[in-house]
Design a protein around this ligand. Structure first.
Ligand code: ARG
Length: 456
């Protein structure tokens, strides 16, 4: 018998049951549901709806049910539609009529919203921490190779030399924004829906501010209808995770390229690579490919939820039950990617010489020739054309850019420009890719990461 059987003459058809039960996936919410219920019991007691003894018994019962879940001995009954009803059913089984008081002045609508906010708050904290760890690792890898450099690319064509720390710092800064976003979402979701009831509050003398404070929420809901129908916090979390996933995907794509024989800039540790079932020589960067591949479902989870929400009339509709699986999936999957990418970067070897050779490509000095002409007073457009024609000539004549440029009197002495590493060293403008700008950037990144750490 379901907990609402009083209203109906016949039992629910099995097909509807299969469609509507959510215990199979929402049982992971047990700890957060019990946390919410403990606060609710305290609230009922304060409101005089439970006496002190009843409150103590119910709280102890909830703690006992929590242990049953933790120990794996909690048994789902055939009629337990979701985790919330399973816990209430078990409480009633354990303490009889008193268990049946647990749901006083509460609906599953405010209960579910409360539980899911508590779950999401913890999940966002954990993901923010993991993301911050990865950003910190990227900064550390950069510092481990302070002089390493590689070509920076636009259109995946070699453009200008950049320090490795500068390149990895670019990813670290984007991950830092992800941490910031996750923490922002956490702050915004920290409003308690408990006490909104089914949609309109209750005639019973509860105090939502009291339970909000007990649960560590910043404030109680202002509007009961909004409280039970709002899933913005799920959508926002899914967006933050999807964008984080997109960043991880781009990093993954880059690691795939870097570890090819063609690039050869990096080698992943053996413990972060996979072999081939057929080809004995293969060392595959599956970790990076999965970081890239997982992003698809993270975006899909966001899109799916937004479509679910878009046509819903106020207030609670059963459609809202569809908020859970995408959220659980995104939280879990991005957590897996963060952990594995953290390991991949921590154990990666950067092949300093290979990358430097690629960055020492003479054609990358073309911009320095143009900028030397600019220093001599030539308008940049004209300087660009002179340097471009030197590049064209070098390629056509099969000679080095250095040789061709040396013959061009307008350019002056080019010797210095072609010294190994000069094109990197001359990128000295603030925030630029050369060693002169590196220190300030490193300090700024470290400060940013420390500030985010404080906010965790
Ligand atoms: N499992 C449901 C959910 O996740 C519980 C809420 C059911 N509420 C209701 N009024 N039928 O949304």
């Amino acid at each position: 018998m379901t907990l609402w059987a009083g209203r109906f003459a016949s039992a629910m058809d099995q097909t509807l049951w299969d469609l509507s039960e959510s215990y199979s996936f929402d049982h992971v919410l047990y700890a957060h549901d019990i946390e919410g219920s403990l606060a609710h019991v305290a609230g009922l007691e304060a409101a005089g709806l439970l006496n002190a003894e009843e409150g103590a018994t119910l709280s102890a019962t909830l703690e006992r049910i929590r242990s049953e879940f933790e120990e794996g001995t909690f048994e789902r009954h055939a009629n337990d539609e979701d985790v919330h009803m399973a816990i209430e059913r078990r409480a009633t089984e354990l303490v009889g009529a008193l268990g049946a008081k647990l749901h006083t002045a509460r609906s599953r609508n405010d209960q579910v919203a409360t539980t899911l906010r508590l779950f999401t708050r913890d999940a966002l904290s954990a993901l923010a921490r993991q993301t911050l760890e990865l950003a910190t690792t990227l900064a550390t890898v950069g510092e481990r190779y302070p002089e390493a450099y590689l070509p920076g690319y636009t259109h995946l064509q070699r453009a200008q030399p950049v320090l490795l720390s500068h390149h990895l710092g670019a990813h670290a800064f984007s991950l830092a924004r992800d941490v910031d976003r996750l923490l922002d979402a956490r702050r915004r979701l920290n409003v308690s829906p408990l006490g909104a009831g089914a949609l309109a509050g209750t005639s019973l003398p509860i105090d939502p501010a009291r339970t909000a404070a007990l649960l560590g929420f910043d404030e109680p809901f202002a509007n009961s209808m909004d409280a039970v129908s709002d899933r913005d916090f799920v959508a926002e979390s899914l967006f933050d995770i999807a964008l984080l996933g997109v960043h991880l995907s781009r990093m993954g794509e880059e690691l795939v390229l870097w570890t090819t024989s063609e690039f050869g800039f990096a080698t992943l540790g053996d413990d972060f690579t996979t072999g081939s079932s057929m080809l004995p020589q293969k060392k595959n960067s599956d970790v990076a490919e999965l970081a890239r591949g997982k992003s698809g479902r993270l975006v899909g989870n966001l899109t799916g939820l937004l479509v679910t929400l878009k046509g819903l009339p106020l207030t609670y509709n059963r459609d809202l039950q569809e908020d859970k699986e995408p959220l659980f999936d995104s939280v879990r999957q991005v957590g897996l990617v963060l952990a594995a990418m953290h390991g991949a970067y921590s154990t990666m070897t950067f092949n300093v010489d290979v990358a430097a050779r690629a960055a020492d490509d003479q054609l990358l000095v073309a911009i320095d020739i143009a900028e030397q002409l600019v220093t001599g007073g030539m308008p940049f457009r004209q300087a660009h054309e002179v340097a471009g024609s030197l590049v064209g000539r070098a390629i056509r004549e099969g000679r080095t850019l250095h040789d061709v440029a040396s013959e061009e009197s307008a350019v002056g002495d080019v010797g210095e420009l072609f010294v190994r590493g000069a094109a990197l060293a001359s990128r000295r403008s603030p925030g630029g890719s050369g060693p002169l700008a590196a220190g300030a950037q490193r300090d700024r990144l470290r400060r940013l990461l420390a500030d985010l750490g404080e906010r965790l």
